[in-house]
Design a binder for this molecule. Structure first.
Ligand code: FAD
Length: 802
């Protein structure tokens, strides 16, 4: 337990960032067995103000730039699902946004940007999102999170003697806390008090916006029936329109101005004359630029929901970490809505800061608050700086005229072409759902995108692979596969699994075998590498290093899997399908590397690589669950017999001839070839179902003696073997018989050839000692699975009940 107290936290501002912070504390801390602090949220406004003042919709983005989707999912998947269900109607999920240019651009979209397949971005009315977050607080009760409305904070500062932050409200109340989170928005009172020199920059644009509700029988403007629209008239006026629900939509018109507008900014506090003036102003400014249809909607706008925004922003200041105060969201880095990212940043700030507190808490850091704030400033603030720069570009192009307008049009066409053509620009679908390097004589990705280049010495291929056929890659000395493409791992979970065999030419305990590296620079959380170090699986983000428990040996094929869960913030390693180690305070991977390495890598000190084989490396941009990984490692083959003899298991073992699966002669159900032939499952001469193994000297067998398998009905049969439990035979999920002996099986550890329905060649199977008789199985076989491990009773019951 850290000696820094974290018992009471005050949050200034019950907006998106403040609410997300409170929820993150109470959802994420308990997941790490840490008691969340008591939280007080002070919110200046009253409960009712939302619907009027926050009528517009905001885009919650699932791409790696936005990140609001991932952050909400991190807080609570159920909460996210609910919010997602409240989203504005999506008419065409495949189109993220549309652009149009020139006069009447509001009715004339030209460019449509596709939605990336994995992106789950959506738009939602701000007040709906905020109300849902407020609702969620209620689960925890006021003793844990207290939201105080009509509470305007005016001052806050650190009190060194008490090691507390003192907070003062406009109505004279005071309070104190161990940590103050300032989330009071772009015009932050606390920032003004603490940093009077930190001024907002006026970006010389003003936006006039409102919400229009359509009458019965009327339709929403045609372009936004598909997706939101950004229009650039070329006459110094830009427009944005997006639906809120089936009957209403939000619109905003942006124009350049050297002067800031004075208040009033909100329709709800304007007089009727001021509201009418606003409408007339929009009509005048858009005259000759926008369509009559749009202008008729302007006339009908809901006057109470008028919003005038001077476009302000400010690059983030350094947080006063030693004072135990952190600014987040718009209070730290206000940005213009044209970047469409302020809400995403505020929610991400909340989640990422809480994750840092957890991390430092688990390290028993005596300065957990200061360190977490410092790390937040160092690693997380850059993204908001980038978003502000993007908003400057967006604003400039929205109001561009003349040559600049023409140039922007061309650039936008190129950008749209790039985004909509994944074959030309691979990053569009980045990270992809799957990458697969099968190493069958080359370093190509099965899906043709992330092909590798043999580098630093010739990569060789060996045969057979771990499956007994095909090829595996052999890395020696300094050789590696360079994958010269960026793979965007920021903000995503992933699993990388592969088969490896370490060769015996080097001692394991003093070597490092590189498996996969994605490294931007050798700094904390920017360098991902997976290796076998001193014989154990190592999973590192450069700082968050941990190894699995088991020691590997040379010359054996192992299945290894490395899993990063971006939501639970865990790193795990699996060996042969079993969890071998988990690190529960993983950092947030930040590597933006433009290439990857398989085998040795120039970034990590396992360079050069000793000799190792590798086969079938698979990347997926999600967490594989434990049963998937176990199947990948141990489900050797799975024949569904759905009109084919193909293996549907993870290995896709090819049926070499097909001739042995006709079931039309006399013979056995299943046999195994390994120099000698050993029938493993069939019937004895009393028609008893029997399973047997060969120890190298004698056959061991177990028969179903209590009854004969009935004719014409389906029976589920499982035979298992282990040196612990010997042979066991299960009928319809229940064990029917077993051997007590714990002999070994001579076919273990080598490749075996199986035949189903008969034993080929029959003469070889006619061994005097086998009790399974060499006759053809006559009947139906379905859903055959072969595992390289003994299944548990529970798993067998589950298979029998499918
Ligand atoms: C028209 C428009 C469209 C937008 N579209 C998008 C979009 O598409 N995507 C996107 O990501 N972002 C968008 N944004 C930006 C986004 O809404 C903000 O960036 C986001 O709400 C910031 O969250 P926050 O918690 O930092 O601040 P806010 O949500 O502004 O919350 C601050 C809260 O603090 C309260 N408060 C203020 N002062 C005090 C005080 N002294 N004491 C107590 N309480 C106080 C306020 O009442 C408010 O509730 C848009 C903004 C606008 C105006």
């Amino acid at each position: 337990m850290s000696s820094t107290k974290l018992e009471h936290v005050i949050i200034v501002g019950g907006g998106l960032g403040g609410l997300a912070t409170a929820l993150s504390f109470h959802y994420l801390f308990p997941r790490h067995n840490i008691t969340a602090p008591r939280i007080t949220i002070y919110e200046r406004e009253s409960t009712e103000s939302g619907r009027i003042n926050e009528g517009y919709t905001i885009a919650i983005r699932g791409d790696h730039v936005g990140g609001g989707v991932q952050a909400l999912k991190t807080i609570s998947q159920d909460l996210y699902n609910d919010i997602r269900n409240m989203a504005a109607p999506e008419r065409d999920k495949n189109i993220a946004i549309q652009f149009s240019f020139g006069i009447n651009c509001d009715i004339n979209p030209m460019l449509k940007l596709n939605t990336s397949a994995e992106e789950d971005s959506f738009r939602i009315a701000r007040f709906k999102l905020r109300n849902r977050l407020v609702e969620e607080l209620k689960h925890f009760g006021e003793s844990k999170i207290k939201l105080e409305w009509n509470s305007h904070v005016i001052k806050a500062d650190y009190n060194k003697e008490k090691n507390k932050v003192d907070v003062e409200l406009k109505d004279g109340r005071t309070n104190e806390c161990d940590l103050l989170i300032v989330a009071d928005g772009a015009h932050s009172s606390v920032r003004r008090y603490m940093y009077p020199e930190e001024k907002l920059n006026f970006q010389k644009c003003i936006s006039l916006s409102c919400v229009t509700t359509i009458d019965d029988g009327e339709s929403l403007p045609s372009p936004i029936r598909t997706s939101p629209l950004v229009g650039i008239t070329g006459k110094g006026i830009g427009i944005f329109m997006a639906t809120i629900d089936e009957k209403s939509f939000f619109w905003g018109v942006i124009y350049p101005s050297n002067e800031e507008r004075p208040p009033p900014y909100k329709g709800s506090v304007m007089t009727k004359d001021e509201q009418d003036e606003f409408v007339n102003e929009v009509l005048t400014r858009t005259n000759g630029c926008l369509s009559n249809e749009f202008r008729s909607f302007v006339r009908k706008c809901d006057r109470e929901r008028i919003l005038i925004l001077n476009s302000h922003d400010k690059f983030p200041h350094k947080n006063p970490s030693k004072k135990h105060i952190i600014f987040i969201g718009d209070a730290l880095h206000p940005m213009n809505p044209t970047s469409g990212n302020g809400a995403n940043m505020a929610i991400m700030d909340a989640v990422e800061f809480i994750q840092l507190l957890i991390k430092h808490h688990e390290k028993q850091d005596n300065y957990l608050i200061t360190r977490s704030i410092d790390e937040f400033d160092r690693d997380h603030v850059q993204r908001s700086t980038d978003a502000i720069k993007i908003s400057h570009r967006n604003m400039a192009s929205a109001v561009a005229t003349g040559l600049k307008f023409q140039l922007n049009k061309i650039i936008m066409r190129i950008v749209a072409f790039a985004i909509n053509n994944p074959f030309l620009f691979k990053n569009n679908n980045n990270p992809p759902p799957i990458i697969q390097w099968s190493f069958n004589g080359n370093l190509n990705d099965t899906f043709g995108v992330y092909n590798g280049i043999s580098t630093n010495g010739t990569i060789q291929y060996v045969s057979p692979s771990y499956r007994g056929d095909g090829m595996a890659v052999c890395f020696a000395n300094k050789s590696y596969a360079l994958i010269p493409y960026s793979l965007k791992l920021i903000g995503t979970s992933f699993t990388i699994s592969t088969w490896i065999q370490l060769l015996s030419n080097v001692p394991l305990n003093s070597s490092e075998f590189g498996i996969f590296t994605h490294c931007e620079s050798m700094t904390n959380n920017k360098c991902l590498y997976m290796t076998v170090r001193s014989g154990k699986l190592l999973f590192s983000f450069y700082i968050n290093n941990f190894t699995g428990n088991s020691s590997l040996t040379n010359n054996i094929w192992y299945h290894v899997a490395y899993v990063y869960d971006r939501v639970a913030l865990t790193q795990s390693v699996y060996l042969n399908g079993r969890l071998d180690g988990i690190f529960s305070s993983a950092g947030i991977l930040q590597s933006n590397a433009s290439q990857m390495w398989i085998g040795a890598s120039p970034y990590t000190y396992m360079y050069p690589n000793p000799f190792a084989y590798m086969d079938e490396m698979i990347f997926v941009s999600r967490v594989k669950n434990t049963s998937e990984i176990l199947d990948e490692a141990t489900l050797v083959a799975y024949y569904k017999f759905d009109n084919s003899f193909l293996d549907s298991g993870p290995n896709n073992i090819t049926n070499s001839t097909g001739t042995n699966v006709q079931f039309n002669a006399t013979g056995r159900l299943l046999s195994v070839n390994n120099n000698w032939w050993s029938p493993m499952l069939g019937f004895d001469n009393s028609s008893h179902l029997m399973t047997q193994t060969w120890s190298g000297a004698i056959f061991y067998n177990v028969a179903l003696t209590s009854f004969i398998v009935p004719l014409n009905i389906w029976t589920h049969v499982v035979a298992t073997f282990s040196t612990t439990n010997g042979l066991r035979l299960f009928i319809n999920g229940t064990m029917a018989n077993s051997t007590s002996s714990t002999h070994s099986h001579a076919g273990s550890g080598t490749w075996n050839i199986i035949s189903v329905g008969t034993c080929t060649p029959a003469a070889w199977c006619t061994n005097a000692e086998t009790r399974i008789i060499p006759k053809q199985f006559r009947g139906k076989i379905d859903e055959m699975r072969i595992y390289s491990r003994e299944l548990t009773d529970v798993e067998i019951q589950a298979l029998a009940n499918i």
